[in-house]
Unconditional design. Structure first.
Ligand code: RFL
Ligand code: PHB
Length: 389
């Protein structure tokens, strides 16, 4: 089989890129190791920046998102007693949208057949070949048959654990990494959110986040030690903990309900330089990870895809290769700024086991400063809504 572009991974990066390329008439195929249901079952991002909603609009796939997504004009930072509202609408003239990654991915998956975007689910042993040469190809196994696709370019959209990044020789790369000494325990439940806007709280019992998916579906997280397992957290224990942290600082207090999903995710900052090797381009979590505190991961994946899709389309439609040449510099410049903001908010809002009382007082002093300083609030707001492309 011959295609212009092979896209590895049918997460948000791969599906957005696939649709954008098909819309411009580029011949591409998406290879996904898992089933569609498995991909949709991963509960992840909830907050979309304009960069992400704009791509859905450009694709004409924003109908359900506009109807069901919740426009958020502000969010809150709290220290257990007080809530500091960051009025992003007033400070930046912009907003973010609460619309789950699951729903966004479902919209992209559902539209694929109509738009002639071929997605192969259950593609095993995806392997990249000759990425350095003029004629790269990808092989995969499906139903015991090995398939080979000859391509011009490969887009590695296969997340942190996929094969694309690993196909780049170690001599060509630099890695930057920070692991945090805690994870987030998350719960999703069909109960009304405790507050109309998100609250990130650094209280005496540690970090907690009150988020949502809709007026009737809540998403909460708390910071837990890396040694904790899900078995350590029966639902009742988690609801008790959430009530202690949010009842004093939220509009309605925490409503309990049966968990639709619970999971623990480790927190990490990671950047892989290079995002291009020969005819392979990396995008999204395949190239970088941010801790979820700034809600930046999916939105960075979207900005990578905005740059990469423009570059590939210019190459095919006008023979203009300049976007492909500048892809990695443009993408990394935005990535590093989002890494900084996510790292800053993670440090400000969590209890680090190695920190003493002095570091905690520094956090309180910083929150005091944020509460009193419109300049600080503006800086936080412009980062939270997303820096310009
Ligand atoms: P994904 O979503 O990991 O998709 C990669 C896809 O590649 C497939 N794959 C393979 N396919 C073929 N062959 C192989 N060998 C393969 N290996 C892997 C995988 O099955 C998968 O389908 O990466 P992508 O598309 O780059 O998207 C990135 C986002 O998923 C991620 O950055 C966000 O979820 C991060 N994130 C958040 N981002 C936000 O912008 N806002 C948020 O509010 C937000 N909250 C979060 C988050 C991530 C979280 N976790 C669990 C990590 C909250 C959490 C808890
Ligand atoms: C979520 O709703 O899952 C969510 C919201 C904000 C974050 C991270 C996750 O910063």
């Amino acid at each position: 089989m011959k295609r212009q572009v092979a896209i590895i991974g049918a997460g948000p990066s791969g599906m957005l890129l696939g649709h954008l390329l098909r819309q411009a008439g580029v011949d591409c195929i998406v290879l996904e190791r898992q089933s569609a249901d498995y991909v949709l079952g991963r509960i992840r991002a909830g907050v979309l920046e304009t960069v992400t909603t704009d791509l859905m609009r450009q694709l004409g796939l924003d109908g359900r998102m506009n109807a069901e997504g919740m426009i958020e004009g502000g969010f809150n930072l709290a220290d257990g007693e007080r809530r500091i509202r960051i009025d992003i609408e007033a400070l930046t003239g912009r907003h973010v949208m609460v619309y789950g990654q699951t729903e966004l991915t479902r919209d992209l998956m559902d539209a694929a057949p109509d738009r002639d975007l071929e997605v192969i689910y259950g593609a095993d042993a995806v392997t990249l070949h000759d990425i350095d040469g003029e004629a790269p190809f990808v092989t995969y196994v499906k139903d015991r048959d090995t398939h080979r696709i000859e391509v011009d370019f490969i887009a590695g959209c296969d997340g942190f654990h996929g094969p694309s990044r690993k196909a780049i020789p170690g001599s060509a790369v630099r890695e930057f990494e920070r692991e945090y000494p805690f994870g987030w325990l998350g719960i999703l439940a069909d109960v009304p959110p405790c507050h109309s806007e998100l609250i990130y709280s650094n209280g005496p019992r540690g970090f907690a986040l009150a988020s949502m998916r809709s007026p009737s579906r809540s998403r909460y997280y708390i910071q837990v030690p890396l040694t904790d397992r899900l078995e350590d957290w029966p639902e009742s224990r988690l609801w008790d903990e959430l009530a202690l942290r949010f009842d004093p600082i939220s509009e309605r207090g925490v409503t309990r309900g049966a968990a639709l999903e619970m999971s623990i995710a480790p927190l990490r900052s990671y950047v892989f330089e290079t995002m291009r090797h020969g005819r392979l381009f990396l995008a999204g979590d395949a190239a970088h990870i941010v801790p979820p505190t700034g809600a930046k991961g999916l939105n960075l994946a979207a900005s990578d895809i905005a740059y990469l899709s423009q570059a590939l389309i210019a190459h095919y439609s006008k023979g203009d290769g300049s976007g492909l040449e500048s892809y990695q510099d443009r993408a990394l410049s935005r990535v590093w700024k989002a890494e900084r903001f996510s790292w800053y908010l993670t440090k400000l809002m969590h209890r680090f086991p190695e920190d003493g009382t002095f570091e905690h007082r520094m956090q309180i002093a910083e929150l005091d400063y944020v509460a009193a300083s419109p300049a600080m609030q503006e800086s936080i707001a412009e980062n939270y809504v997303g820096l310009p492309l």
